[in-house]
Design a protein around this ligand. Structure first.
Ligand code: FMN
Length: 142
């Protein structure tokens, strides 16, 4: 059984093409992998706050050495990274906004994957081991 994380970044609901594509992906994937389970991570309709000074001054401190204040600065990142690491397959549905990604997706990347890279530096001392997965994973982007 695989755990599939579907990340939707459009600020639109029913009219969103990228959401339709991730829904279609889920339908087809489920036919082939009926035991797999899906989690939806919303970064378009729900606000992921941008990182700020409190986040930066907390993220680069070893988790074991953080004060309560530091811990609160990265609480959401801790939750997002925990969720990310608990999955095996990643599906991203995102629009292009002004030749770039939506701001919610950028905030998610700053607050989760860049944070994951920082955490991995503490844990395994390799700057190149960004994702930290020990098992094979698949990533799909629409
Ligand atoms: C603010 C804004 C900026 C956009 N910028 C681009 C762009 O730079 N290039 C492009 O091809 N489409 C651009 N689009 C079009 C969207 O990528 C397109 O409508 C897409 O289907 C939106 O995703 P959704 O259907 O999942 O909401 C832009 C749309 C918006 C609202």
């Amino acid at each position: 059984m695989n755990k599939v994380l579907i990340i939707n970044a459009s600020v639109r609901k029913e009219r969103s093409h990228s959401r339709k594509l991730t829904q279609l992906f889920e339908k087809n994937w489920q036919k082939k992998h009926p035991n797999d389970v899906f989690t939806y991570r919303e970064v378009g309709l729900e606000e992921i706050p941008p990182i700020n000074e409190k986040w930066i001054s907390s993220a680069f401190i070893k988790p074991s050495e953080r004060t309560k204040e530091n811990q609160s600065g990265v609480a959401l990142s801790d939750a997002l990274v925990k969720e990310f690491k608990a999955h095996d397959v990643y599906v991203l549905g995102t629009p292009m906004y002004n030749w770039s990604i939506p701001s919610g997706l950028k905030a998610y990347i700053d607050g989760s994957s860049s944070y994951l890279g920082i955490i991995n530096r503490f844990e395994i001392k390799s700057p190149f081991y960004a994702i930290g997965q020990s098992k094979p994973s698949h990533t799909f982007v629409f």
